[in-house]
Design a protein around this ligand. Sequence first.
Ligand code: SF4
Ligand code: SF4
Length: 316
Amino acid sequence: MYENLIRVERNTPDKYTIVEWTLGNKCTYACSYCPEVLHDGSAGWHDHTKLTGFLDACYQHYKVDMGKKMIVQYTGGEPTVYPKFKELVSHARDLGILQSIISNGSRTVRFWREAAPLLDKVHLSYHGEFADPDHFVAVAEEIAKHTDLHVNMLMIPGRFGEFLSVANRIKQLPDINIQLKPIQKDFGADLYDYTEGEKRILDEMHGFENSAPRNRGYPSGQLVVTHRDGTTEKTVSNSLILAGANRFKGWNCNIGVETLNVDMWGEIYGGLCRVGGSHGNIYKGEYTLPSSPVVCNLDCCTCHLDIMVSKSEGPL
Ligand code: SF4
Ligand code: SF4
């Protein structure tokens, strides 16, 4: 079905650049399934002007010079503990950059009352070893008043009843979707040991939506693939992975043009795959944002965001 692909791209007329930014590695929690380096705070904080300077540089390069829409997604650690988080997202909002965040929701309701209106999408993750259910639901309620909310329930074996009751409370909110997520040990390849009953719940209740999410200008996750005979087909990255069609070695790929990935130490890469190497470091203030495609040299393209970047056997 995907044996003769020659091109993969997002199914959208608009051209986007998505910056995935790991805003440090400090966290309010220390989940047992999370590698130490993702929450031990060892990366520290840096001069705020270096961060706003990076946003300014992205704005100039991608929006002004290349005419693209820009999205920044903040992750961590827990990105909301960055001391000048609200100043940072206000700055990006002033530049017209769309913003989303992946957060554990541990900050106060008051914090979210001020921060959520500045964000175009919030992904909350429920980490049940540390999260207080009542606080989490109150935060979800507050965020849903202001912006799109997606909730991931990280399902710990043996605690499904408790977690499903939190999910069902959140499910009552408008404009929200929830996913029950299986947890991988150390966020690696191996899943925790779930009982057969738990696996069935994860399969059957993988996700549930409550009404259509608001449209804030985000691209959909749909792809268009082109076959060698010129025919095209709509699909999603998961289907390419399941069919083993996520192999693009030798193809031209627009990472660095359509995506950037910034690690917790401020090092800038084109995508999670890091093909093309580093483009410099935000905190050292030395970087050059890329303008042209790379040639893929990896056997397999594994990250969903990387797969969604335009790529072609021929010129892009
Ligand atoms: S909330 Fe996220 S970053 Fe923090 S310890 Fe848990 S998994 Fe790690
Ligand atoms: S692995 Fe990287 S360079 Fe290769 S196709 Fe995927 S995103 Fe592009």
